[in-house]
Ligand binder design. Structure first.
Ligand SMILES: [Zn+2]
Length: 326
């Protein structure tokens, strides 16, 4: 029997997952955005309108399920996600978890840890969000989101990995992660597995941030999935690889027999919370490429030209997410 998967509208099973994008953001805000409410007010109806367009674009490529990877401290919005799902019929999974120490909001759980057992409190939060719901919305989280820093999993981040592994053991919920600048994939997998998490329900994220095949295979050999989840993001100055290098790595890993552990997504941010973002001129073109259609418009056609077959694309976009989540 396949496991239950929590979408924002209720449970589905693995065979209902279909073509899936494993890591996107309908909304995202760097912590602190909520303090700028005077100049960057959130307009729910406008956000819903934009999100429905994004969802419809994904659906036009046959996408059935989107995992919204927005962490609790980055403006995760279960009510909006629910409204998008109701309006479009898309399966949407919400996350439970916090962002990395340097880009997230560590003050709160650092304070909590000075009072008592913060790992226990984070575990309690994740368990409630997965089994009861997020706040009073009744919307249950579908995945556990974890994140670490460049070249380090800090003590603060470690608390979430410990709590997340335990919550996964008890609920079966899938773990998705953020790695920073193509580092710590192996350490994330080892930490989670040592804490009792099941590697077959872990997706180590942003693995296309480092196109060294030795790094990729060392993570894959832990038995986890790895996500090429930043297709389209080639922002200069952010140290991200080019899509062509990501494609070459994907093809090489498929040739080495790792196809059953690969996932594709964009990490698109469709609405920035806070004030509107106006990209500097040299980034406008790059950021336009980082959209929810990129894999279908550009990447898959490229891969087919490189000798990858339709059934292999289907393996990555449909079968793997169903196995990981279900
Ligand atoms: Zn992301």
């Amino acid at each position: 029997m396949s496991r239950i998967i929590n979408t924002v509208l209720g449970p589905i099973t693995g065979d209902q997952v279909g073509k899936t994008l494993m890591h996107e953001h309908f909304v995202f805000g760097f912590p602190g955005f909520s303090g700028d409410v005077t100049c960057g007010e959130f307009d729910f109806d406008e956000a819903l309108k934009i999100s429905i367009k994004v969802a419809e674009r994904a659906k036009s490529h046959g996408v059935k399920t989107i995992v919204d990877a927005t962490a609790n401290d980055c403006g995760r919005n279960p009510t909006l996600l629910k409204a998008i799902a109701e309006n479009t019929g898309l399966n949407i999974l919400a996350s439970t978890g916090y962002y990395l120490e340097s880009l997230g909001s560590p003050a709160y759980f650092k304070f909590r840890s000075s009072l008592g057992d913060a790992v226990e409190e984070i575990y309690e939060m994740m368990m409630k969000e997965i089994t009861v719901g997020i706040g009073k919305t009744g919307v249950k989280a579908g995945v556990i989101k974890l994140a670490s820093s460049k070249d380090e999993i800090t003590d603060y981040e470690r608390m979430f990995f410990k709590a997340g592994a335990r919550a996964q053991k008890e609920t079966g919920a899938t773990i998705i992660t953020h790695t920073e600048a193509g580092t710590m994939g192996v350490e994330q997998a080892e930490l989670l597995i040592s804490e009792g998490a099941d590697p077959s329900h872990i997706a180590i994220g942003h693995m296309c941030g480092n196109t060294d095949i030795r790094y990729a295979t060392s993570v894959l050999n832990k038995g986890v999935f790895i996500a090429f989840d930043r297709f389209g993001l080639e922002a200069e100055g952010w140290g991200t690889p080019k899509d062509a290098d990501r494609e070459a790595l994907a093809v090489a890993l498929i040739a080495r027999g790792y196809i059953n552990q690969l996932l594709f997504s964009h990490d698109s941010v469709n609405i920035n919370l806070g004030r509107p973002v106006v990209w500097p001129e040299n980034m406008v073109k790059n950021m336009e490429a980082a959209n929810i259609g990129r894999i279908f418009d550009v990447i898959i056609p490229d891969l087919l030209k490189m000798g990858i077959r339709d059934e292999q694309i289907n393996n990555i976009m449909v079968k793997n997410p169903a196995k990981l989540l279900g």
